[in-house]
Design a protein around this ligand. Structure first.
Ligand code: SF4
Length: 563
C-alpha cells in the first residue's frame, strides 16, 4: 500500500518509544535547552528556538508495555531530577535487605556474603510501568507531546541519513486489504530520530542493517519471565530483594531469579534464562514454573494469588555487542543500544543515563543545526566519559565467560570487578544464541524430549492460562505481526531437525504445529498472534532466523499495569 496518500508532519526531534531512556532524554533535552538559553541571554548570544519534540509509543497507554524487575539504582534519576522523591517518583519501598541464595528443590542456602552485583540496598523498588507513566507526566508538564497508540513501522531515509519514521497503517484485514476503518500511517519527518524502542526494536533492527551499525560481538539475549503475586500479609517483607539460581540446573544453564516485595502484599518474581541453549526443548516459561516447585517458592506462594504475568527479552551482550550509537539523523538509546548491565541484571538507570547523554548531544546539534555524525558522534564521547561506561567496562566479559564454559564462568566472574572487567581473558567473543542450538539427533537420548513440569493450577500454570494475566489483546482480523518468511521450513527441516522449538521458546503459546494431512510430516504452523506479549524471543531464538517480529496495530499488545 505504498501508493496511498499519507499525512505528513514535521518535528525537530522524534522519539520512538516512551520508555525510561527516551523519556529521560526528552525531559533532559527540554531542561538543557532552557539552561542553554539562560546562559546565552547572560552572554548576549542568540538563543535556541524551542524544539518541537514528539514521542510516539506503540502501546495504547504509556507504561502498558513496560516490564522489568524494577529495583532501580537511583543514580540516574537523581541526576535527571534531584528532587525526584519530592516530585512523586512512584517508589514503593527502598531496598534494605539484599540477599543472595542457592536454591535446591527442598532447601535453599543463603549466602553470608552478597556479591557486589546483587547488593541493592538503597535502590528503589517500583513498577516500571508506573515509573514511565510518572516520567511521561513530567515530560507533558514541560510541553512535550506524547502520542500513544502509534507504532513506528518504517525508517525513512534520504541518501545516507535518517529523515523520519512512517507509522503503521490501522484497519487492515488478514489478507492485507483495507477495512472500513482503514487509516494510513503517517510520515513523521524529523531532524533527528531517537530510537528507544526497548529490546530488539523493529526500527532499530532496520537501522543497524541499513547503516551497518552492529557491534564487534553479535548481540546476545536472555528471556525473563515475570509474575506478580499477592501473598499472605505475614509472608510479605518490604525491603527484601533476593537474587539466586536454581541447582543443579545452573550447572547446565546459567539461570537467575529475582524476588522483591512491592506495595499491597504484592511480590515480583522473575526467572531469567539465556537464549543460547543447546537444547531446542529449552522453554523459559517451563523453567520459571520449575523454579516455583522449590520448597522456598511453594511456602511463599501458598495461599497467594497470581495477579500478572509477562515476559521480555533483555540484551546481554553489553559493551562488546554495543552497536554504533548514532548515524546521520538518528541516535540509539537504552536496550537497543545495549545499555543493560547484565552482570547486575539492571538496565533502567543506564537507559536513563543514555537518554541524558543523548539529550546533551542534541543540544549541541540544535545549536549548530547539524544532525550529522559530526555532531551526533558526541554522544559516544559523552558515554565513554560517563559512569555508565565504567559500569559496562566491569561487565564487558560477563556473557563471553558464560558462553565459553560454566566452569570458566564461575572462575572468571569473581575476577571481573577487581580487574575492572578484564578477568582472565580480554576480550572474549560471543556468538548469537541461536547458533548454539543443536539438532535433536546431536543430543543424548535423554534430552531429546522436553522435561515437563506438572502444573498444579495453584502455583504453577500452563502458558495458555498465564497469558490471560498479561492483559494482551490483538485484533484477530489483521495480518499476523509475526512474519515467518518460509513456513515450509517449519513443516519440514525444522520439525525433523529441531522438533519446532518455537512451540517451546515462546512464553505465550503463540506458535502451534497443527495437524494438516496435506503437509509434509502431516503438520503445519498455526500462529496465535493474538496471544503475543511482545517479548521478542522468537525473533531472536529461531534456529533458521525466519521469524520477524513486526509491530501490530498501534495500541495492541500486553497491558503490564503494576509490572
Ligand atoms: Fe514473544 Fe514471539 Fe511469542 Fe510474541 S510470538 S510472545 S514475541 S516469542
Amino acid at each position: 500500500m505504498s501508493e496511498i496518500e499519507r499525512e505528513s508532519m514535521e518535528v525537530d526531534v522524534l522519539f520512538v518509544g516512551a520508555g525510561p531512556a527516551n523519556l529521560a532524554c526528552a525531559y533532559h533535552l527540554k531542561k538543557q535547552v532552557d539552561a542553554y538559553n539562560e546562559e546565552a541571554q547572560k552572554n548576549g548570544k542568540p538563543a535556541l528556538e524551542e524544539p518541537a519534540i514528539l514521542i510516539i509509543e506503540k502501546a495504547a497507554a504509556v507504561g502498558d508495555h513496560q516490564l522489568s524487575g524494577a529495583v532501580i539504582n537511583p543514580r540516574a534519576i537523581r541526576e535527571l531530577m534531584p528532587d525526584f522523591e519530592e516530585q512523586g517518583f512512584p517508589t514503593e519501598h527502598v531496598a534494605d535487605d539484599s540477599q543472595f541464595m542457592a536454591f535446591f528443590r527442598n532447601f535453599h542456602v543463603k549466602s553470608p556474603i552478597v556479591p557486589p552485583m546483587f547488593q541493592k540496598n538503597g535502590y528503589h523498588v517500583a513498577s516500571l510501568s508506573n515509573v514511565v507513566k510518572w516520567m511521561a507526566e513530567k515530560c507533558e508538564e514541560l510541553g512535550i507531546e506524547i502520542y500513544p497508540g502509534f507504532a513506528g513501522d518504517e525508517i525513512l531515509t534520504e541518501g545516507d541519513r535518517v529523515v523520519g519514521v512512517r507509522t503503521g497503517d490501522m484497519g487492515v484485514d488478514h489478507e492485507g486489504k483495507p477495512k472500513s476503518n482503514f487509516q494510513p500511517g503517517m510520515d513523521i519527518m524529523a531532524k533527528c530520530v531517537v530510537l528507544g524502542e526497548g529490546v530488539r526494536g523493529s526500527l532499530t533492527k532496520q537501522l543497524l542493517d541499513r547503516f551497518d551499525l552492529h557491534g564487534d560481538n553479535p548481540q546476545t539475549y536472555e528471556t525473563g519471565i515475570k509474575e506478580i503475586w499477592r501473598i499472605k500479609p505475614e509472608k510479605h517483607k518490604p525491603g527484601r530483594v533476593i537474587h539466586g539460581s536454581l541447582f543443579p540446573e545452573f550447572l547446565n544453564e546459567l539461570n537467575g531469579m529475582w524476588l522483591y516485595d512491592m506495595k499491597d502484599n504484592l511480590v515480583s518474581f522473575g526467572f531469567v534464562t539465556p537464549l543460547d541453549a543447546e537444547n531446542p526443548n529449552h522453554d523459559p516459561h517451563l523453567e520459571a514454573q520449575r523454579f516455583k516447585t522449590t520448597k522456598f517458592m511453594q511456602d511463599l506462594l501458598e495461599g497467594g494469588e497470581l495477579v500478572r504475568y509477562g515476559a521480555k527479552c533483555v540484551p546481554s551482550g553489553g559493551l562488546y555487542a554495543q552497536p554504533k550509537l548514532y548515524c546521520n539523523g538518528a541516535l540509539l538509546l537504552g536496550d537497543g543500544a545495549s545499555m543493560l548491565n547484565i552482570m547486575k541484571l539492571a538496565g533502567v538507570h543506564t537507559a536513563m543515563k543514555s537518554g541524558m547523554l543523548a539529550a546533551e548531544t542534541l543540544v549541541d546539534a540544535l545549536a549548530k543545526d547539524d544532525f550529522t555524525t559530526t555532531t551526533l558522534g558526541g554522544y559516544t564521547e559523552r558515554f565513554r566519559n560517563s559512569w555508565a561506561y565504567e559500569e559496562h567496562m566491569e561487565a564487558r566479559n560477563f556473557t563471553g565467560s558464560a558462553q565459553l564454559h560454566q566452569l570458566f564462568f564461575l572462575m572468571n566472574v569473581p575476577l571481573l570487578i577487581p580487574t575492572k572487567g578484564r578477568g582472565l581473558v580480554d576480550k572474549l567473543s560471543t556468538q548469537p544464541g541461536h547458533a548454539n542450538m543443536k539438532r535433536l539427533s546431536e543430543l543424548p537420548e535423554k534430552d531429546r524430549k522436553p522435561h515437563p513440569v506438572e502444573f498444579d493450577g495453584k502455583i504453577t500454570f500452563s502458558k495458555e492460562h498465564l497469558v490471560q494475566f498479561s492483559g494482551t489483546q490483538h485484533e484477530v482480523d489483521q495480518p499476523s505481526h509475526l512474519v515467518v518468511a518460509d513456513t515450509d521450513v517449519c513443516a519440514t527441516a525444522c520439525l525433523e531437525e529441531y522438533g519446532n522449538p518455537c512451540e517451546n521458546f515462546c512464553p505465550a503459546a503463540v506458535y502451534e504445529m497443527v495437524d494438516d494431512p496435506g503437509s509434509p510430516n502431516g503438520k503445519k504452523l498455526f500462529i496465535h498472534h493474538e496471544n503475543c506479549v511482545h517479548c521478542k524471543t522468537c525473533d531472536i531464538a529461531d534456529p533458521y532466523q525466519v521469524i520477524t517480529w513486526t509491530p501490530p496495530e498501534g495500541g495492541e499488545g500486553p497491558n503490564y499495569e503494576k509490572m
